[in-house]
Design a protein around this ligand. Structure first.
Ligand code: SF4
Length: 75
């Protein structure tokens, strides 16, 4: 079974929208042109991690919700 991911966008976001292009079901831009995580995210883990890797400032932090282990950026 897929692990449940906790996804955060930090204030390092520079608003280039790359994560929204990579994983549009998970991320969207807010009124301040910063990325936020959508409610009820449904992209798969690979897609979410691709989006996190595409972020130029490593503003997307992904952790395993069950264990608290940080998955990306690699600690
Ligand atoms: S890819 Fe990173 S910098 Fe770009 S909008 Fe998403 S979180 Fe912000």
């Amino acid at each position: 079974m897929a692990r449940k991911l906790k996804i955060c966008v930090t204030d390092e976001c520079v608003g280039d929208g790359l994560c929204v292009e990579e994983a549009p079901k998970t991320f969207e831009m807010n009124d301040d042109n910063l990325a936020v995580v959508k409610e009820g995210k449904i992209d798969d883990e690979e897609t979410i991690l691709n989006a996190a890797e595409a972020c130029p400032t490593d503003a997307i932090v992904v952790t395993d919700e069950a264990t608290g282990e940080q998955i990306f950026p690699e600690p």
